[in-house]
Write a protein that binds this ligand. Structure first.
Ligand code: GUN
Length: 281
């Protein structure tokens, strides 16, 4: 069996066309959506992600405001910047690229962002809303992954979804979204014993492990939907958490890396930014 590829590039292109129309409608009312992107320090991967986010803004007509703080920036410098951006009427979304350098308090910084401008969906208010199932901003990577799962057209109700990884950014919100879609959800993580016993029974398998090609064909149920959230650099090449070549012989659907979830994450960031601007308007 050869899995159907869920192509993040194609899905993103369709969504970005619609986003452009929404941006143009806002501009006709005199509002240009604006996203402020804060990068602290010199993490090379973060620099690439941030550049991709800013390029995404440009593509659909969102204004991006770049803030680069040095590795030595203090908590209060970061917090003053966030407070200033909270008040700035040209800024509809604020993104603090994670991880922050050692010594800076991530949660304290995120909690300072006006929840209405929290386009990452990391603020406790938005996380809380997600948990209880009321409308808030949903984190971009799980939102994009969910869109890809839904694009298969598979009825999710009662399906067994296994999420590997329990981060605040991906694993936890992803599990809640799948639960909201009436899946039976199992969360696995680095301390899980006999991982394969869980993954083998997954109708939907989401890998957010951070280890290159960690998921192999023998761990996957035939016909499963396999979503690869991993971005690992091996010998200068970007590879996912899933061994694409072998797993695509077993799975029903699979996302590639690159051109999969990563692309969708940025598209969902743009969606959240445009939505914030529409709410403001
Ligand atoms: N670091 C890794 N993923 C993300 C993300 O989605 N948003 C932010 N702000 N930082 C990240």
């Amino acid at each position: 069996m050869s899995a159907i590829r869920i192509d993040g590039k194609t899905l993103s292109a369709e969504l970005r066309e619609k986003l452009k129309e929404r941006v143009n409608a806002l501009k006709a009312r005199g509002i240009t959506p604006g996203l402020a992107v804060i990068l602290v320090g010199e993490d090379e991967a973060s620099k690439i992600y941030v550049r991709n986010k800013e390029n995404g803004c440009e593509e659909i007509g969102v204004k991006s405001f770049s803030y680069r703080l040095p590795e030595t920036a203090t908590q209060s410098e970061l917090e003053e910047l966030i407070k200033k951006l909270n008040k700035d009427e040209n800024v509809n979304g604020i993104l603090v690229q994670l991880p922050l350098p050692n010594g800076l308090d991530e949660q304290k910084a995120l909690a300072l962002i006006d929840a209405k401008k929290d386009v990452d969906g990391f603020h406790i208010e938005n996380m809380g809303k997600l948990l209880i199932g009321t409308e808030g901003v949903v984190a971009c990577t799980p939102k994009g992954a969910m869109y890809m799962i839904r694009s298969t057209g598979i009825d999710l109700s009662g399906k067994h979804a296994v999420v590997i990884g329990r981060s605040n950014i991906v694993g936890k919100p992803m599990s809640v979204l799948l639960l909201g879609a009436n899946c039976t959800v199992t969360m696995c993580h680095s301390r899980t014993q006999n991982l394969k016993e869980f993954t083998k029974t997954a109708d939907i398998l989401v890998a957010a492990v951070g280890k290159a090609k960690f998921i192999t064909a023998d761990m996957v149920k035939p016909g499963a939907v396999v979503i690869d959230v991993g971005i690992n650099r091996v010998d200068g090449k970007v590879v996912g958490d899933v061994d694409y070549d072998s797993v695509s012989e077993v799975a029903g659907y699979i996302t590639p890396v690159p051109g999969g979830v990563g692309k969708m994450t940025i598209t969902m960031l743009l969606d959240n930014t445009v939505e914030a601007a529409e709410r403001y308007a």
